[in-house]
Design a protein around this ligand. Structure first.
Ligand code: C5P
Length: 256
């Protein structure tokens, strides 16, 4: 991981963390808070905060509750990934990125499909920001397969389109990408170790796929080169979310 995550942590604490595989796994698991309101989100955060270090706020929660929903999560010391998947003209995206940069979040998404000018504008908007969020370009949504891509006029396999978008993003100065587990190895070979690869579409053995199409288990995604795993429903809709998160962390720790 390329973040200076432990920069402010005393050396002995950092050393203990480095020697604890579960803690290392915690630094790389992001729980998607896909819930309809702030109250449900905070209930999940309170339940999971002894177990998880990262929470993702996406469109459902952000549209319902606004930026204010981020404050208590950040204030409780958690890492927040703001997954707004911005996709608009460069000037508008740059403005939205500047607004988001003031919210205390650690990661922020834009759609790679917005093109190189939009990606460059998003990156430039963070120049000079202290502690900027990691800017991640979303390649092909993990819910899309070849048929869905064909329907939007892209006549190639998702894996090829992911590579095309990742190469374009790298050319625009982006080093963070969101892709499915099935493309992570190819994107890792393009970015090298500097790449921050954030991978949704994670399904532990036996978990329901829901709308996800290009999936893999937590251990496999890590082995293929993921920096971070994003897990939503397999944790948040489990009968016992803490136990579900712990099982994923154990699988991750073993694979690391
Ligand atoms: O519930 P589940 O584990 O499928 O949630 C995955 C999360 O990752 C969702 O919040 C979704 O918005 C997000 N995501 C995704 N595919 C992408 C980018 C983000 O599933 N390409």
């Amino acid at each position: 991981m390329s973040h200076s995550e432990t920069a402010a942590v005393p050396a002995e604490v950092a050393k203990a963390v480095m020697n604890d595989p579960i803690e290392l796994a915690r630094q790389r698991l992001i729980v998607a808070l896909d819930v309809p309101d702030a109250r449900s989100a905070m209930r999940l955060v309170a339940e999971l905060e002894g177990t998880c270090r990262w929470f993702k706020v996406g469109l459902e929660l952000f549209v319902a509750a606004g930026p204010a929903v981020l404050e208590p999560i950040v204030a409780r010391g958690h890492n927040v990934f703001l997954d707004l998947k911005l996709h608009d003209i460069p000037n508008t995206v740059a403005g939205a990125v500047r607004s988001a940069a003031g919210l205390g979040v650690r990661m922020l998404t834009v759609h790679a499909g917005g093109g190189p000018a939009m990606l460059a504008a998003a990156k430039n908007a963070l120049a000079g920001v202290t502690n900027p969020p990691e800017l991640l370009a979303v390649t092909v949504l993990t819910s899309m397969d070849a048929d869905q891509l064909h329907a939007v006029g892209v006549d190639c396999m998702p894996s090829l389109q992911v590579e095309t978008l990742a190469k374009m993003g790298i050319g625009a100065g982006i080093r963070g990408f969101v892709c499915s587990p099935q493309e992570v190895a190819a994107v890792r070979s393009l970015t090298g170790p500097e790449g921050v690869l954030v991978i949704p579409g994670i399904r532990p053995a036996g978990a329901a796929l829901g709308d996800q199409k290009r999936v893999a288990g937590p251990a496999e995604a890590l082995r293929l080169g993921a920096s971070y795993l994003v897990v939503g429903r397999p944790i948040t809709q489990a009968p016992n979310p803490v136990e579900a998160a712990k099982a994923i962390l154990e699988e991750m720790a073993e694979a690391m």
